[in-house]
Design a protein around this ligand. Structure first.
Ligand code: C5P
Length: 227
């Protein structure tokens, strides 16, 4: 297995970890793993196949047999068995199904190997919930990015409105709270900072300020990046 350096960025929904991870990957030239997208694809696949989520063997079989490809139809695109599911996985159904399959140990185990395969030279920026705690415990830098739930709901609201998608702020707030609860209370890989993670609260920071802070930390841990 590769021992290429890993920068792990974990945190709750709407903390901005995806945008930060994308920017840091571009700046470092490292590969990018959006682990949430894998859970979202599995969730959508389970929904389409009407998989029985109470049967661990069925879920594990589905998770190992899926053909998932990133970036074939543009930088953010994701395909499932050859079909573009980039938009499907970002729907509310995609979020709910991701969080449901994410609570199933057999699903997590089946996705584990797929995530490790992203670790390749010159390095990897991985974002998710358990990158620093479970999947890449030896990451060179572990960031736990957070923000108040009200601020995260506001950000999500602005994003949706900017895309011309109707949104109701109190509903978004309620959904985020429910997802936080499910992700942090589940027995397997709950959302929590690794012991050696640096917790960064972005409530009062702009995206650029967060990216600068993470970059400065990355350069300190991986001095080769600065050259
Ligand atoms: O990061 P994103 O919001 O796309 O993740 C969607 C869902 O997938 C999360 O709410 C969580 O339940 C699950 N997930 C997970 N472990 C990860 C990444 C995502 O359980 N490493």
């Amino acid at each position: 297995m590769s021992d290429a350096p890993v920068i792990a960025i974990d945190g709750p929904s709407g903390s901005g970890k995806g945008a930060v991870a994308t920017a840091i990957a571009a700046r470092t030239g490292f590969h990018l793993l959006d682990s949430g997208a894998l859970y979202r694809v599995l969730g959508i696949a389970a929904h389409k196949a009407e998989t029985d989520l109470t049967d661990p063997r069925e879920v594990a079989f589905l998770a190992t047999s899926l053909q998932i490809e990133f970036g074939t139809n543009g930088p953010d695109s994701v395909s499932l068995n050859g079909e573009d599911v980039s938009l499907d996985i970002r729907t509310d159904l995609g979020s709910v199904m991701a969080s449901r399959v994410g609570a199933i140990p057999a699903a997590r185990a089946a996705l584990h190997e797929r995530q490790l395969a992203f670790r390749q030279e010159p390095g990897l920026v991985a974002d998710g919930r358990d990158m620093g705690t479970v999947v890449f415990p030896d990451a060179a830098l572990k960031i736990f990015l957070t923000a108040s739930v009200e601020e995260r709901a506001q950000r999500r609201y602005k994003q949706l409105i900017a895309k011309g998608i109707g949104a109701i702020l109190p509903d978004l707030l309620r959904d985020l709270k429910e997802r936080d609860e499910r992700d942090s209370q589940r027995p397997v890989s709950p959302l929590k900072p690794a012991e050696d993670a640096i917790v960064l609260d972005s409530t009062d920071l702009s995206l650029d300020e967060v990216i600068d802070r993470v970059w400065n930390l990355a350069v300190t841990r991986l001095p080769g990046l600065a050259s």
